[in-house]
Design a binder for this molecule. Sequence first.
Ligand code: ADP
Length: 480
Amino acid sequence: MLDDAGLQALREAARLSPDNLPLRRHLADQLLAKGYLAEAEAEFRAALVLAPKDADVSAGLAEAFVRQSSYGEALAALEPFLGEPGCPPRLGVLAARALLGEGEVAAAAHRYHDAVTQDPSLADPALAARLAAPPQALGGPAPYGPGANGPYGGAPSGPAPYGGAPSGPVYGGGAYDAPSPATPAAETSAEVERSRFTFADVAGMEAVKEALKVKLLLPIQQPELFAAFGKRAGGGVLLYGPPGAGKTHLARAAAGELGASFVNVGLADILDMYIGSSERNLRATFDLARRNRPCVLFFDEVDALAARRSDMRQAHNRQIVNQFLAELDGVDQDANEGVLVLAATNAPWYIDVAFRRPGRFDQLVFVPPPDASARAAILRILCRDKPIAEMDYDAVARVTEHFVGADLKGVVDRAVEAKLQQSISAGRAIPLATPDLLAAAKSVRPTSVREWMATARNYVLHANDSGAWDELMPWIKAKW
Ligand code: ADP
C-alpha cells in the first residue's frame, strides 16, 4: 500500500491526467485500501464515466458503498452485471454483503452461495456465519433450506424498462412471503388504455415533468450515463400531493409521452373481501401490464395498499403488501421489463418504508398545487376545445387561489353547462367568455389544499432526517 506522500503524488497525477483510466483506477483502489471511502467512491465514479461497463470499477464502487453502509447504492452499481453470463463471482459476494445490509437475508445467502460455488477462494466465514442466522424479517424462510427463496428467490430480478439497460432490484425478495407459483391466474377489472395526453397537456409542473423525464426517458436514451453514476433505470415513482393536483393526469400523460399503454388501478380493482383474492388480483394486474408492455402501470391511492405493515393488524393485509413488493421486484430478470410503475398518494407518510427501497418506489415526486400562472395555463388547456370568445385566464386564475386542477375542471364544467343551457334557449352556440368562468368559480368550493398542507406539516416537519420530504418543505413552511 502507498504511504501518504505516494498517495498525494497519485492524486496530483490523476488531477493532471483526468482521462487516464489506469491511473484513476489505481488511485481509487489505493484510496479504498486506505479506507478513504468517500474519496474512493468519487474516484470510482470518475473511472466509471471513462469505462461505464467495467466490472472491476463497478465492484470497487460497490465496495466503497458497502463500507459506507450505502447498500442500495452498492446494489445499483452491481446490478448491471449480476445475472449476466461471465459475471465475476466477486461481485456476487459484494452483492451478498449489500443485501445483508438491506436485511434481505435469504437473497444474500443465495448470492453468496452461488459466488462461492463458482470460486471457493472467495469464502468468507464471518459473512457465511451471519447469513446462516435465521432471518428475522417477516417470518421468511431459512436461507439454505429447500425452496429457500420461494419463487422469488435470489435470482436477479426486476424491471428493465423499455429494453434499456439491465435494471431493477437485485434482491430476490426472499425474506417476504411469496405466493405459490401454482396460484391460479385471476381476473383483473383494470383495463388497458391508450393515453391521448402527453406532457404538453399538463400545465405548469415544469419541475415535476423534468423529474419524470429524467426518470423515464433519459435511462432509455443514455443508459451509460446512468450506469456511470450508479443509477439504475428501473424502479417506480411515487407521486404525492394534495387531492386533485393532477397526479393521475400526470401519470396518464407520462404514458402518452412514452407511447406506452396505461393501466389505471384503483383500490377496488385490488381489494377483495375474500381472503387470498386480493393477492391474486394484484398478480393478474401486473400480468396485464406485462402483456401490454411498454406500459405505465398506475396505482392510485396506493397508501391504502401500502400502509405501513406495522399499522396493519391483520396478517392478510400484510400479505397483500408482501405480494405487492414481490411483484414490484419481479419474478425474474425480465418480469417487469417495459413496465413502469407509478403510484399516487395523498398521504405519503403512511407508506411502508419497504416500498421506498431502491428499485421499488425509490423516487418521491411532489405534485404541488398550481400557482396563479399554472392555474391560468390549466384553464387554457381545459378550455381549448370549447367555443370561446375572449378569455382573460389570468383574471380567473387570480380569483381561484387554492384551487387545484380538479377544482378548475369543475369550474370549466359548470361554466360549460350554463352556456349549453343558454345556447339551447337561444338556438345557437354562444361561446364561453371570462364572466362565465368568474361566475362558475364563485359557485365551486375548492378542495382543501390548506388542510392538506396542515396535515403534511404535522407529519413531516420534524421527520425529514432522511431528506425524503425536501421538496415539500418550502410548501408546508409557506403561509396557507
Ligand atoms: P389527482 O390524481 O392528483 O387527485 P387528477 O389527476 O385526477 O388529480 O386531476 C383531476 C383533473 O384536473 C384532471 O383530470 C385534469 O383534467 C385536471 N388537471 C389537474 N392538473 C392539471 C394540469 N396540471 N394540467 C391540466 N389539467 C390538469
